[in-house]
Design a protein around this ligand. Structure first.
Ligand code: NDP
Length: 453
């Protein structure tokens, strides 16, 4: 670790104690940026990274609501407005009991670089609540969303801050949030993305993160003259990102054998077909059930409950070529990374944000596999959110083909930026350096132009 990185990390830890995920995200970026600072000391003297790690604004608020029994419930709401150097704050809302300030700051920090990589004019932000939508009725979710927006609405706007979905926030929640915003503001604007198709949403937005992660992976395979035809893939999660990752992998001729939720995972040795994926979509998006039911429905699958005492996740311990972590942060540790390599995996594309621990990332890089960090691989979601904003501004809706083509071009462009930048900074094939440096330069130059603000 260079002196710059160790001094920076000492400050970050002292100023932001109890935020391990934020420390982890900053450390990964700071190590890549050491390469930039050797060549461009002007960024260091302008304290660009020190400024980026301090959010422009943090909003925390009470979210009171009434449950179906008439009892008062209180959650905490957050919005981190991290960086607006290249556009309005943009990033999802996460509703999950694990949500806290440190997790949202790591996500907002990553979002700054990711949004820059998309080539679209979007700053970085993130928000959410420790509210758990699991087991809540639609009415409870609606009342919670309305209360959340009753405070958030004064801080956001189509030219200020444009939230979207993330874990626990899908079409249903975006609908309730948008309805309340519209009522409070008395205006119909593109203030949220991931909206329904009949009221300002974009085609391909639900599919975008998963499809984008597979498009990025296809570009990586192409550098070795390969395609997905016949490849065996491990996918974790069974939510929005996981579902559309599986769909696109099937389109491209791959075989997918796993899916999971926080209770456990299924391994289907015969592969998840389109019909089985339809079952998963109905199970997760409408019935809001558990992935265990997949193995009850399809006898070729085995369900294994999650066991946190194991110290590793057996989902990553199956023979395969490619892995698509698409559930949550730190779901692949060092042991899991070793298991992946031992089983033949040589491509990892992160649909989730920061799903690999720093130990796991080091193992992937040391072994020179095709490893795409989340800020590059899952940028398709926010990219199509950016396209949704454009469509709202011009009051037009593009076709499915048009949006999908733009998504594919954006993923190709991010891939090229990563490859070219990694090469230019003397670490060819290192997509971590490519994404961190490629994302940083545009933001840093904008900040230099705009003075000390
Ligand atoms: P969903 O809420 O639709 O699905 C999340 C999935 O991950 C569920 O299967 C969930 O299981 C599982 N999961 C969540 N938390 C945990 C946990 N602590 N341990 C184990 N499993 C867990 O979310 P998304 O699919 O939208 O998001 C998945 C990942 O992708 C996140 O890291 C998110 O930040 C990232 N991402 C999402 C984007 C988007 O457009 N939606 C864009 C870019 C990144 P369970 O139901 O049991 O909780």
């Amino acid at each position: 670790m260079s002196d710059f990185v160790s001094e920076l990390m000492a400050q970050v830890k002292a100023k932001n104690p109890d935020q391990p995920e934020f420390h982890q995200a900053v450390l990964e970026v700071a190590e890549s940026l050491s390469l930039v600072y050797e060549r461009h000391p002007e960024y260091r003297s302008a304290k660009i990274l020190e400024r980026i790690i301090e959010p422009e604004r943090v909003i925390m608020f009470r979210v009171p609501w009434l449950d179906d029994q008439g009892e008062i419930q209180i959650n905490r709401g957050y919005r981190i407005e991290m960086n607006s150097a290249i556009g309005p704050y943009k990033g999802g809302l996460r509703f999950h009991p694990s949500v806290n300030l440190g997790i949202l700051k790591f996500l907002a920090f990553e979002q700054v670089f990711k949004n820059s990589l998309t080539t679209l004019p979007m700053g970085g932000g993130k928000g959410g609540s420790d509210f758990d939508p699991k087991g809540k009725s639609d009415n409870e979710v609606m009342r919670f969303c309305q209360s959340f927006m009753t405070e958030l609405f004064r801080h956001i706007g189509p030219n200020t801050d444009v939230p979207a979905g993330d874990i626990g926030v899908g079409g249903r929640e975006i609908g309730y949030l948008f309805g309340q915003y519209k009522r409070l503001r008395n205006e119909f604007t593109g203030v949220l993305t991931g909206k329904g198709l009949n009221w300002g949403g974009s085609l391909i937005r639900p599919e975008a993160t998963g499809y984008g992660s597979v498009y990025f992976a296809a570009e990586m395979l192409a550098t070795r003259g390969e395609t997905f035809e016949g490849k065996t893939c491990l996918v974790s999660g069974s939510g929005n990102v996981a579902q559309y990752t599986v769909e696109k992998l099937l389109d491209l001729g791959a075989k997918v054998v796993t899916l999971s939720d926080s209770s456990g995972y299924i391994y289907d040795e015969e592969g998840i077909t389109r019909e089985k994926l339809d079952f998963v979509m109905e199970l997760k998006n409408l019935r809001r059930g558990r992935i265990k039911e997949y193995a009850e429905e399809f006898k070729s699958a085995v369900y294994t409950p999650a066991d946190p005492t194991l110290g590793y996740n057996p989902l990553w311990d199956h023979k395969a070529d490619c892995a698509f972590p698409s559930a949550t942060q730190n779901e692949i540790n060092g042991k899991d990374a070793e298991n992946l390599l031992k089983n033949g995996v040589y491509l990892v594309s992160e649909g989730a944000n920061m799903p690999s621990t720093l130990d796991a990332v080091k193992i992937f890089l040391d072994n020179k596999i095709l490893y795409a960090p989340g800020k590059a691989a899952n940028a398709g979601g926010v990219a199509v959110s950016g396209l949704e904003m454009s469509q709202n501004s011009i009051r037009l809706q593009w076709t499915r083909e048009e949006v999908d083509n733009r998504l594919r071009q954006i993923m190709q462009s991010i891939h090229k930026t990563c490859v070219d930048t990694a090469e230019a900074y003397g670490t060819p094939g290192n997509y971590v350096n490519g994404a961190n440096i490629g994302g940083f330069l545009k933001v840093a130059n904008a900040m230099m132009d705009q003075g000390v603000v």
